[in-house]
Design a protein around this ligand. Sequence first.
Ligand code: CR1
Length: 829
Amino acid sequence: DFGERKGQAERMLGLMDVFLKNDPISLQKDILHHVEYTVARSRFSFDDFEAYQALAHSVRDRLIERWHDTLIHFKKEDPKRVYFLSLEFLMGRSLSNIVINLGIRDQFADALSQLGFDFEVLAEQEGDACLGNGGLARLSACQMDSLATLDYPAVGYGLRYQYGLFRQVIVDGFQHEQPDYWLNFGNPWEIERVHITYPVKFYGTVTDEFLNGEKCKVWVPGEMVEAVAYDNPIPGYGTRNTINLRLWAAKPSDQHDMESFNTGDYVDAVVNRQRAESISSILYPDDRSYQGKELRLKQQYFFVSASVQDIFRRFKDTHKKFDEFPEKVALQLNDTHPSLAIAEVMRVLLDEEHLSWHRAWDIICKIFSFTTHTVSPEGLEKIPVDLLGNLLPRHLQIIYDINFNFVEELKKMIGLDYDRLTRMSIVEEGAVKNIRMANLSVICSHTVNGVSRLHSELLRTKLFKDFYDLWPHKFQYKTNGVTQRRWIVVSNPSLCALISKWLGTEAWIRDIDLLIGLRDYATNAELHQEWKMVKKVNKIRLAEYIEAMSGLKVSLDAMFDVQTKRIHEYKRQLLNILGIIHRYDCIKNMDKNDRKKVVPRVCIIGGKAAPGYEIAKKIIKLCHVVAERINNDNDIGDLLKLVFIPDYNVSVAEMVIPGADLSQHLSTAGHEASGTGSMKFLMNGCLLLATADGSTIEMVEEIGQDNMFLFGAKAHEVVALRKKGPTLKVPLQFSRVVRMIRDGHFGFEDYFKSLCDKIEGTSDYFLLGADFMSYLEAQAAADKAFVDEERWTKMSILSAAGSGRFSSDRTIQEYAENTWDIQPCRCPF
Ligand code: CR1
């Protein structure tokens, strides 16, 4: 009957256009069609949100076309694929990004304007997908964009949380958290795959059984839930390739609780089933502390198990021999969160595919690569053995076995150095026995990546020194990058047009190295004029946002000075606030003449604090009380303003970053693994005031020290400074501003006492006092540069021109070549 089916297929094809058309009439028809039949509003009466929905569905149709073609092409070519496992993806909005990558933004904008709608206004209707916390999660999103653009055969795997990162609401200067039920208004960018489901097992017991005369382990689970796939197509730019980001949602399993239906109360049994869904219900909002919560572990295993089943299914579709597995599969662990995948792949190979330990282990050692995103040992995930053993009894056995073999091997290599053996073991002994997920990941991966050069150095000399001494060849680094599609083309259209005009090409959108060509015009008066205009346009947009949000009018002549990122002690937002208090204090004590020389500033701070992170929350409150004081002091006027931007997320960032003149990156040296916010500011021609930490060190190499305001102790000096403890001198200026807070100059002195105690005396772990003078000097240098407009503009042009190295395209290419060993697989047009 193949002939019959083929005949039918041909008839069906004849009924459809080969491709959807992108001329204005076709687009308008398509949008109206979706208004009427998808959104189910009359085409004579629909509002902006409904128009957005119809628009999104028209875009989605075109996206799906390419996505199908890519998947078919990959299937045909069967290249080695990289599977990118990440518990977090911070996608933000999708519409603008997608139409730009598909190359049909202008066509849609024209079509809409003929219908009486403005593309930009509709794009604003979209809510953010905040399925991640901060740096790590946004990095994953940028990397997906680059993977697609560079034609790599990649699949992203993650969790489809029903509640994304909390919304931050400020009440009386205090942070409050509100749930982000982001799916309330539907999500046109995902495709629910009701037929792509896998059972995921938990709890239960492991028994020994005999199969064909061989002993094998059988895991009899105590609970089963179903993982359902939701596919999110990710289009590349300048290519037909559109790759898949597959997010799993938990649903009750039909097999799981037949028994309870027979024995118990029917209604109760149905209600109980709903508990299964809680696994994918919420994103944990702490980005660096691990409390050994069972639900978190369940989430990790749930997404890992479903992804691994999916990967095996795909492999087995076309391959019989598992020895070919490493030729077709690269598994990337984005931090330790997905590292249970190691034990899971091992379990499947041993218990389900019945490979010998030796063969299975050989495969494991060839397929995993691990990237860590932290510098501090406390940031490394540990899982209590009891918790793991209860939830995943078979996995605990496998991890013990891996560890046993490892330690035996290690003894042969290093002898009975018990301290070192203890440090390197996957199992941490102690009152609570823990599994060290980082050790597991390092031991089982062929490559361990850091996210900047300095980070890699710290990994080799501190965090993973023992492992580096053993396996130096495993350790690499790939300095992070961000995608210029999102961070220039989508978020700063005027700059995008300007760059293309001066470079005479749009090719830099795919080939970022071309940006360097801007250097040739760094002193060109005409470019300077246009460059300043672009900045002004973006400052106006930001100023309007600030006014709409807080009622505060800010002067466009002032320097817009921005620090936006998650609130953390090591990121030192507090240093910024103390600097602002100092500036305020100085202005207050100036006479009229001196005040004329002050460079007016609008200081902008934004970022979320983890709900349980008290100190971070106090920093937010401090920012508000200081702002209250300064902004209401008529004596100060436009010389100084302080604004806290609430609910910082991807789309707020898209507006704030292009409008910034100066951005601050103040982490105590040696604490920021990389930092990626700085890269977005740099690309947008914003000047950086920063410590020599993470990726900023590499930025200095690209744009030169003269084009940045660097300050503070270097990473290698920090340790020595800490040792000085109480003998460490802090400047009078520092003591004075802390005293102002303690004395209640801004109110709430009792509440802020613990904050002040944290930075005075021996407890100033992040060295605010030690770095304060140097910080003030860097600020003064920034003021001086700002009044020299020509110099400032030149620095700004050189910043953008030198930002090419910080594109995620470069990062991904390095991963593909040096870690995953994959080749591009380009879908023909
Ligand atoms: C690091 O703190 C880095 C990003 C992306 C962060 C930051 O320096 O740029 O990862 N870590 O690599 C993180 O978010 C949860 O950990």
